[in-house]
Design a protein around this ligand. Structure first.
Ligand code: GLN
Ligand code: ZN
Length: 765
């Protein structure tokens, strides 16, 4: 490989797109709302992009990525660049922004492309639809970005692109037998793209193949050989970094032997496997190792001293001048900078490292590798994290004691069938009971009032009375609609995890710690920094007030321990299962507080249950068991008469049916109307005995479905489920819908349920 002594040593894999203050989101949304023109959008985005590059340069990063910036999602960018435009958008201009956004978000005429989670992160990508199209390089956006960095900032950037095999494995709508046909068509297109980059002066290109960390079967390996042989043959002097992340690579030896200049490995989330492979199997002498040493998934400062030791360790197997120091993955998954955090306690703030600070860490380590820093210098840096780790403000001995005695807490309730009898007697609900998932529309007014309350412009009493009015309004609406089981509406919550994060001890929320979740939507994951403890009731007041207004049961509404864990940044000084147990015990207290105050149905949402599933199948069982244990810890201490509900958003539940059953919840609601009957299908083979509501309409769309449509969904479910176990509810919470849309759709839903009931009573079952 044409690389000799390396003068560059630090690299970045990707930088957050969103800007320090979510400027990116605001620009996009203004454009979508028609408030700014396309050229003004382009201008703002270019400013953000160039600022991002400049910052990385100032931080001393040698290999700065381009192509990581996106207007929506990098997988969509790849599909778009290669002309994979689904036929329903084919009437549109293939390179226009309008088409791109229509594919991402849908248009009046055509449904949006599907979105799904990016490996084990909370980032969602757009699923490419191939439809047997022949790919072509419609527009070389990487070339444009490479030239922009060169011309505007004199940066010789490193273009980053998604590799062809991962791209195809993530795509859908093609016959799997045709995989190779698609790959063969893509190879020359990639070669053309790389050739144009090389001609423009690009020396380094990063090709991401994260699929390599999953348990690929042996037949996939020759495909990698075919692809990277072809690239090498066409461009022998282009330095390709074959990049992997999120876990260790399988097939280590075959992969490191591919004809590329560098192999990028994750040394943070590999459970030590990448390193041990290097130690036992060696690393090819002619290659560069791009070592992902700084955690790109979490927000804690690294211990540079231990990282320096890792470098020393690696240097025994790889020449130090063949080592690139970099984060473990793209920094897309962490917020931009700690600098804008004003309200965190300083001891915590000083222990944090977001994207900008992580690049400083990369640079420090690179300096160390070059001999320009000593271990003593690095010790200096490590001090603030060490102070934090040893500070007492994050320890709660009672909690630690409780988790040590975890076996003392019940995880088993009275047998389900016995409970069910008690519940039938207690509520005497009609068959096909109707309910909703929890939230009702969060109108602009409510959000504005909350903001004012946070700023101190509203007193607690004023704020509470606004919330109570809203609760009352919606109890009345539910009464008029004729629903059977009510909710209070969750008006007091901005976000289902943040709300509990603010109220539980040991968890902090940030002012500006945003990360992109999907499209322009950003989330602010709470930071679990210490022992998690219940402080005082968090939801009782609203639930009790709502229940006082009606004789119908009102469900208490909580977020489950697994979801809080999976949607937060978690401390890394103890293992995740211990944190999960602490969360479970804290939520348990709230469950008991609700029960004590007369709430007889309690819903503990676990929409993110599946999200923490390890990438390696061999580790999944342990995770599932831990998750089920946590849910049961939180919910099993109630009386048998109390009915525990849970809710999950759809994401391939077919293969974890048993785990869902194992939660021992009395009633579960699952998002299902977008899953094209796949979930329903799962119940043909799995004998599910508990009560269940498979969403009968999609809440993501403003469209109001007809009674017939909903009846059809009920029919479909009742083909595999007993009518006595089925609940009628929407797919998910209604917080993003308008008041009118919500009322109209629920009216239809109640009518559909009633019609069905009459039909059944007539048939006298
Ligand atoms: N109870 C929550 C709501 O209705 C559930 C949200 C979710 O599943 N993501 O908003
Ligand atoms: Zn949901």
């Amino acid at each position: 490989m044409g690389v000799s002594i390396l003068t560059l040593i630090s690299s970045n894999l990707g930088y957050p797109r969103i800007g320090e203050r979510r400027e990116w989101k605001r620009a996009l949304e203004s454009f979508w709302n028609g408030n700014i023109s396309e050229s003004s959008l382009e201008e703002t985005l270019k400013d953000i992009r160039l600022l991002n590059l400049k910052k990385q340069k100032e931080k001393g990063i040698d290999l700065i990525p381009v192509g990581d910036f996106s207007l929506y999602d990098h997988v969509l960018d790849t599909a778009f660049m290669f002309g994979y435009i689904p036929s329903r958008f084919q009437h549109m201009e293939p390179t226009s922004l309008k088409t791109y956004f229509a594919m991402a978000r849908g248009s009046d005429e055509a449904e949006a492309m599907e979105m799904t989670k990016w490996f084990n992160t909370n980032y969602h990508y757009i699923v490419p639809e191939l439809e047997n199209k022949t790919p072509a390089l419609v527009k070389n956006r990487l070339l444009e970005l490479f030239q922009e960095a060169k011309n505007e900032l004199n940066i010789e950037a490193k273009p980053v692109l998604l590799g062809p095999i991962t791209f195809l494995k993530l795509a859908k709508q093609y016959d799997q037998h045709d995989f190779h046909k698609h790959l063969s068509a893509l190879i020359p297109v990639y070669v053309q793209l790389l050739t144009e980059l090389a001609q423009a002066g690009a020396k380094w290109v990063q090709i991401d193949e994260p699929i390599l960390v999953q348990e690929l079967d042996d037949s996939s390996i020759p495909l990698f050989k075919e692809v990277y042989d072809a690239f090498h043959k066409a461009l022998p002097s282009l330095n390709i970094i074959l990049q992997t992340y999120f876990e260790s690579i399988t097939h280590y030896q075959e992969i490191v032997s591919l004809p590329v200049a560098a192999i990028g490995l994750d040394f943070v989330h590999d459970h030590g496997v990448n390193l041990s492979n290097i130690k036992t199997l060696g690393f090819p002498k002619d290659k560069i190792l791009a070592a992902g040493l700084i955690d790109g998934r979490n927000i804690w400062k690294a211990s540079l001293v231990s990282k320096a030791k890792e470098i020393d360790d690696l240097a025994q197997y790889v020449d130090i001048d063949r080592l690139i120091i970099q984060p473990s993955c793209s920094l897309l998954h962490v917020p931009v900078t700690v600098q804008n955090e004003q309200s965190l306690p300083s001891i915590l703030k000083n222990a944090l490292s977001f994207a900008d600070e992580k690049l400083d860490e990369v640079n420090e380590l690179a300096q160390y590798a070059k001999g320009k820093r000593t271990i003593d210098d690095l010790k200096q840096y490590d001090r603030s994290y060490t102070d934090f780790i040893h500070s007492s403000f994050r320890t709660n001995e009672k909690v630690q004691e409780a988790t040590k005695n975890i076996g003392a807490y019940p995880t088993k309730r009275l047998d389900y069938t016995e409970r069910q009898k008690l519940h039938k007697k207690r509520w005497n609900l009609p068959i096909l009971p109707t309910t909703t998932i929890g939230s009702f529309p969060q109108t602009k007014e409510i959000r504005q009032i909350r903001l004012k309350w946070r700023k101190g412009e509203y007193t607690n009493e004023q704020y509470e009375s606004v919330i109570n009015n809203e609760i009352k309004k919606w109890i009345d609406i539910q009464e008029q609609l004729g629903l059977d089981v009510f909710v209070h509406g969750e008006f007091e919550r901005t976000d289902m995890v943040e709300f509990f994060g603010e109220k539980l001890n040991g968890i902090a929320v940030t002012n500006n710690g945003w990360v992109q979740s999907y499209g322009s939507r950003c989330v602010r994951p709470p930071i679990i920094y210490g022992d998690v403890a219940f402080d005082q009731p968090m939801t009782v007041k609203e639930s009790v007030y709502a229940q006082s207004l009606t004789s119908k049961p009102v469900k208490g509404m909580l977020t489950g321990p697994v979801t809080i864990l999976n949607w937060s940044f978690v401390r890394n000084d103890i293992d995740r299962i211990s944190v999960l147990r602490q969360l479970a015990l804290a939520i348990r207290e709230e469950v008991l507080a609700l029960e004590k105050n007369g709430i007889g149905m309690i819903q503990v949402d676990e929409p993110a249950l599946r999200e923490g599933l390890p990438l390696k199948q061999s580790k999944q069982k342990e995770y599932i068991e831990g998750a089920a244990e946590a849910f049961k810890l939180a919910t099993s201490s109630v009386r048998p008469e109390t009915q525990i509900h849970t809710h999950m958003c759809y994401s391939q539940f077919e293969d974890i049916m048993e785990a869902i059953d194992d939660l021992d919840a009395d009633v579960i609601s699952i998002e299902s109307s977008r899953s094209h009957g796949e979930l329903v299908h799962a119940f043909e083979t799995y004998q599910y005995k508990r009560e269940i509501g498979l969403g009968v309409y999609d809440i993501h769309s403003p469209r109001i479905p007809s009674v017939e449509e909903m009846a059809k969904n009920i029919d479909r479910a009742l083909a595999v489920l007993d009518v006595r176990q089925f609940w009628v509810n929407p797919d998910c919470g209604l917080k993003t819908r308008s008041v009118d849309e919500t009322i109209s759709a629920l009216k239809v839903m109640v009518e559909a349920a009633k019609t069905y009931r009459e039909k059944i009573t007539a048939a006298q079952i």
